[in-house]
Design a protein around this ligand. Structure first.
Ligand code: MRU
Length: 351
């Protein structure tokens, strides 16, 4: 199932993740600004999924713009790039995808505006296909860590919905399951947006993977009882030193995992690494609307006047991670050297 795609009538189509698990419905856009809004409002969410959505939105912007000359089209695209990059600040995949599309647009081999339109759509399609292929490579490496009979704790949603298809951390779990390993997954509900309870549980239902949803506060209890063998979660941006920025709550389960001697891994494509960030503290953390905490999905918990702080992500210092699962293999500490080498190996292979 492709969660984000380009339609025959030249629109961007995506699963409306706000409706899951109740309905599998799709929304279509023919204006890049609508895609930017869909990213902000989390119609589509998950670092790789928003990256590819933004790439398709750039292809959409190129078609929307009536310019006949290259210069005017590039000016229009510059504005679109700024609007799209502002939609969500933390996941680097979004800015990475938009910048990548601008490099493609500015390629001097494009003589006519139409050449740019064709090239941008082809590039967005290629990025979508590459996301799926990369996830499967990640999953093959990661599945080696999962033993028959393991119970895995997972945070947020990192499956097909968070990517174009297959997923990262949930992709690793899916691969182990498809290899015939008997596994069980404990899914943190992941407040306040409940990506674990709503989205990851829905994905496990679709795939037939054994799971239970946990209140976020229950992870330590089950770790201490010896019921968890492995902790896996994704990443929205990884700093050069291996610090991982991911969904709020990731840090506390990494610390609990260390206390209980359980290995904790972050799983991501190398496009999620931002070598310009020396450590996690340099990465911008998105603060979201307090209404998400006061009244999740319209269910009022406290009066709208009550004060709230709602950071969407936190930072796991690299010392809590046993390794980083990527498409080129499992990157091990010390991460300063090994992560840079992994990123460079992909650049060399793609050059
Ligand atoms: O706010 P979200 O739902 O977009 O946050 C998503 C996460 O934090 C995921 O764990 C991360 O993007 C990795 S998804 C493959």
């Amino acid at each position: 199932m492709r969660t984000v795609e380009w339609t025959e009538n030249n629109r961007v189509r995506m699963v409306d993740q706000r409706q899951i698990p109740w309905t599998l419905s799709y929304v279509e856009f023919d204006d890049y600004r609508e895609v930017a809004q869909a990213i902000s409002e989390m119609v589509v969410r998950g670092a790789p999924a928003i990256g590819v959505s933004a790439a398709f939105a750039m292809a959409l912007a190129a078609r929307q713009c009536p310019a006949l000359d290259v210069g005017s089209l590039l000016e229009f695209l510059e504005v679109a790039a700024v609007i799209l990059k502002k939609a969500r600040p933390t996941a680097v995949n979004l800015a990475w995808a938009v910048d990548h599309m601008m490099v493609e647009a500015r390629d001097e081999s494009h003589d006519r505006a139409n050449d740019i339109r064709v090239a941008l759509l082809a590039e967005a399609q290629r990025m979508a296909d590459e996301d799926v292929a990369t996830n499967k490579r990640i999953a093959e490496h990661g599945a080696e860590l999962i033993k028959d009979g393991d119970t895995i704790l997972h945070h947020c949603n990192t499956g097909m919905l968070a990517t174009v298809d297959y997923g990262t951390a949930l992709g690793v779990i899916r691969m182990a399951y498809e290899q015939g390993k008997k596994i069980h997954v404990l899914l943190d509900e992941t407040r306040p947006r409940l990506q674990g309870a709503r989205l990851s549980a829905w994905e496990c239902e679709q795939l037939g993977i054994s799971y239970e949803i946990l209140p976020d506060t229950a992870a330590g209890y089950f770790m201490r009882r010896g019921e968890i063998n492995l902790v896996l979660y994704g990443a929205d941006r990884v700093a050069a030193n291996g610090d991982v920025v991911n969904k709020i709550g990731s840090y506390q389960i990494a610390v609990l995992a260390r206390e209980n001697r359980i290995p904790c891994y972050s799983v991501f494509p190398l496009s999620t690494v931002d070598l310009t960030m020396p450590n996690g503290d340099a990465i911008p953390i998105e603060l979201r609307d307090p209404a998400e905490v006061r009244a999740p999905y319209g269910c009022e918990i406290v009066p709208h006047t009550y004060r709230v702080r709602n950071p969407a992500f936190d930072i796991t210092p690299q010392k809590y991670l046993a390794g980083l699962i990527t498409e080129v293999g499992i990157v091990l500490p010390p991460f300063d050297e090994s992560l840079r080498r992994a990123v460079e190996s992909v650049k060399v292979a793609g050059a």
